[in-house]
Design a protein around this ligand. Structure first.
Ligand code: FPP
Length: 251
């Protein structure tokens, strides 16, 4: 995701977002409220994800980024980490053919190093199979942390300088943005976080510079097309100025 001009810059503010990013929060609380194990909350979270991928496609959104596993999630109990990895495996094995049929291109951002080889193989398979699809980019942030992503980009620039291939004065926001994990994807117009928490938690911090943030009280397993449409309606009421002045209203 680059720091180039946001894809929707200049659009009428009633226009919908082209890139929606979601922090899928509240699986554990959803389960606890029902006396169910946390794993059941995550399982129902995958069902919500299926619904939302369909809804996003129907609404003409071109890019959907989801926060599936953060670099901080390693601090959870090993059993829960195992559950989350198991769900990812099953999601790719069971849903990849459908995603491909529906024109979804799967992209994965985050650190691959340290992931189990079969997980890496599945992520690669999903990316390879769907490479030519154009209806929707589904960007899965897996083992992802924004600070690390930015640090990796800085490291690549520093190496070019050290090897004499780059002048330090050429390092600007565009140059760094080109070394983020998905530089060709426009910045998110709308970032939704479910479950009432109001923070970014190391998600797309560079790319979120001008994103509209919408926080909904719904726990992720209950998220559906209507909740998504509610968040988009809230987005449509916002006036995006990108640091400039308010749009003229006539006269
Ligand atoms: C937050 O709920 C959610 C996660 C840590 C992971 C999100 C994962 C899924 C929706 C399922 C897996 C998806 C894929 C593609 C494998 P939480 O556990 O932090 O909830 P809590 O804050 O209520 O405890």
């Amino acid at each position: 995701m680059s720091n180039a001009a946001p894809a929707t810059e200049g659009q009428d503010r009633s226009d919908g977002p082209l890139h929606v990013a979601i922090i899928m929060d509240g699986n554990g609380r959803w389960a606890a409220a029902r006396g169910l194990p946390r794993a059941e909350g995550h399982r129902r979270g995958v069902e919500a994800l299926r619904r939302v991928v369909r809804a996003v496609s129907e609404l003409g959104i071109l890019h959907l980024t989801i926060f599936s596993f953060s670099s901080e999630n390693w601090s959870r109990p090993a059993t829960e980490i195992g559950d989350l990895f198991g769900l990812l495996r099953r999601f790719i094995r069971n849903d990849l053919a459908t995603l491909h049929r529906d024109g979804v291109r799967v992209r994965v951002i985050g650190e691959r190093a340290g992931l189990e080889p079969d997980i890496c193989a599945l992520l690669n398979e999903a990316e390879e199979l769907t490479r030519g699809n154009t209806r929707l980019n589904l960007i899965v942030a897996f083992n992802y942390g924004s600070r690390q992503e930015i640090a990796n980009a800085a490291q690549r620039l520093a190496r070019e300088v050290a090897e004499g291939r780059r002048d330090p004065s050429s390092i600007d926001a565009d140059a760094l943005g080109q070394y983020l994990d998905a530089p060709d994807i426009p910045d998110p117009d709308l970032i939704i976080r479910t479950s009432g928490e109001q923070r970014l938690s190391n998600f797309l911090m560079w790319q979120a510079a001008y994103s509209e943030l919408v926080f909904v009280p719904t726990h992720w397993p209950d998220f559906d097309k209507a909740t998504l449409e509610g968040a988009i309606a809230e987005y449509a009421r916002r006036e995006r100025r990108f640091g400039g002045l308010a749009a003229k209203t006539g006269s």
